[in-house]
Design a protein around this ligand. Structure first.
Ligand code: PFF
Length: 451
């Protein structure tokens, strides 16, 4: 029998749930990662594949993951054991919850380091303002990346902030933070887009880079990255959305709320791209310059704008908060499990998980400087963790979620939980049973050179 309520509490309203889930979805993935991987993978065609993946794979799986969370009402590991018992399926399904917990730990270890860069930029801006000279901006980024001590300090601050919010539990910390932050971030992004428009011809060059697909530029690995990013940006495939769904009260339409969240997430990513690429071209920068892209372009805009100092500070503060509302959802599956299965208090569970992730994060910091030559499969530790999680673990997790919701769960339970009109239910069912899993599978075959 499905549980009716989670022991960890519930969102106070549907709106609070939408905000928190949007908080989990919108983060560094939209503003930092989407622009730089789009730049590295040639632009338009990559964006189109990413958008296709959000529609055909991401949204159906997001509905499935939320539905499973709400039905199981526990940490993803226990939810999967409960739901597999309910469906008379193998107990091994709970390992899917485990891989999710591990993916969350691995992602947060580097996510926190990048969020640390954003914190560093807040302070850099306050004390020395923004330069409008691309060379100075570049040099300042290189200096930051070269200093393990600084990076570890910023990473530590971000981890402490994350775990402090997680300690407060679902409602206390999270809900309040997001309500103010999300709308303000959107306004600032619009402001940056307006600034990008003022670059004239470069604005159109930026748009054309983003929206004019040239399929000759896209490799099979780029297709995998685009698909992986659809999972990463929506926060799918590792139990984050499942655990948020477990705090959602019955009666709220999962499909509708998912569409809002996925829509908001996509809009924020596209706006970030529209704001950044005109600046890249106007300043003769390289679109494919890698993870430093927004840190090397946006300061130039702030340096040139009237009032840019203040907007810039505000922007990086908001970026840190956007990262925070995502990082919380990355550890929540592990914290919920430690509480449920190991009898930890929320505080102890948070300290233990936070400590472990912090330690792993230190190796990510070093991979940007001292250990930058240390490579496994030709990737630094940062690149390897990113590839392993976003491109492999999340899509594989998502694939298993699609199979579980589409084929393993009893359809009357799924119907009950989703409460969709018949035709919409059929569309979703078709997507979750056939389209989503096959697409993920085909992309993997393609990368292996088998398709
Ligand atoms: N969606 C977040 C972002 O785009 O920054 C990152 C993320 C959150 C990934 C939660 C995975 C996750 F489970």
């Amino acid at each position: 029998m499905a549980n009716t309520k989670s022991i960890h509490g519930e969102w106070s309203s549907r709106f609070a749930y939408i905000l928190a889930t949007t908080g989990s979805a919108v983060g560094l993935g939209n503003i930092w990662k989407f622009p730089y991987i789009t730049g590295e993978n040639g632009g338009g065609a990559f964006v189109l594949v990413y958008l296709g993946c959000v529609l055909a794979i991401g949204i159906p799986i997001m509905i499935a993951e939320t539905m499973m969370g709400r039905r199981g009402r526990q940490s993803p590991i226990n939810t999967l054991s409960t739901l597999s018992t309910e469906a008379n399926a193998s107990k091994y399904w709970r390992y899917l919850g485990w891989t999710g917990v591990i993916a969350g730990i691995l992602i947060l270890s580097y996510y926190s380091v990048i969020a640390g860069w954003a914190i560093a930029y807040v302070f850099k801006a306050i004390f020395s303002g923004f330069s409008s000279d691309a060379a100075i901006v570049n040099a300042s980024f290189d200096d930051l990346i070269a200093s393990p001590v600084q990076l570890i300090a910023w990473h530590s601050i971000f981890m402490v902030a994350t775990m402090t919010v997680v300690m407060q539990g679902v409602k206390g910390g999270l809900e309040k933070a997001v309500q103010l932050l999300m709308p303000t971030l959107l306004v600032l992004l619009l402001l940056l887009v307006a600034y990008a428009m003022s670059t004239g011809e470069y604005f159109f060059e930026g748009l054309s880079f983003l929206f004019h697909p040239d399929f000759s530029k896209i490799s099979s690995d780029a297709v995998l990255t685009a698909m992986g990013h659809a999972f990463f940006t929506l926060g799918l495939g590792m139990g984050a959305i499942m655990v948020y769904g477990s705090y959602l009260q019955g009666g709220v339409s999962i499909a509708k709320t998912t569409l809002y969240v996925a829509g908001a997430d996509t809009i924020v990513a596209l706006l970030a791209g529209i704001a950044i690429f005109p600046l890249v071209f106007a300043n003769g920068l390289e679109p494919g310059s890698g993870p430093g892209l927004i840190f090397q372009t946006l300061p130039i805009a702030f340096g040139n704008m009237t009032g840019g100092w203040l907007f810039g500070i505000l922007f990086f503060v908001l970026l840190v908060f956007a990262a925070l509302t995502s990082s919380i959802s990355l550890v929540e599956p592990m914290v919920a499990w430690l509480i449920e299965n190991r009898g930890f208090t929320r505080v102890n569970a948070s300290v233990i998980s936070g400590g472990a992730i912090w330690a792993l994060g230190v190796s990510v910091v070093l991979s940007f400087n001292v250990w930058s030559d240390f490579k496994i499969f030709d990737k630094t530790i940062f690149e390897l963790l990113d590839y392993l999680t976003a491109n492999l673990m999340l899509p594989i997790g998502g694939f298993c979620i699609a199979v579980f919701a589409g084929w393993v769960m009893q359809q009357r339970h799924v119907r009950d939980e989703l409460a969709l009109p018949e035709q919409q239910y059929r569309i979703w069912k078709f997507l979750i049973r056939y389209v989503a899993p096959t697409s993920v599978f085909i992309v993997f075959l393609h990368v292996l050179g088998l398709f």
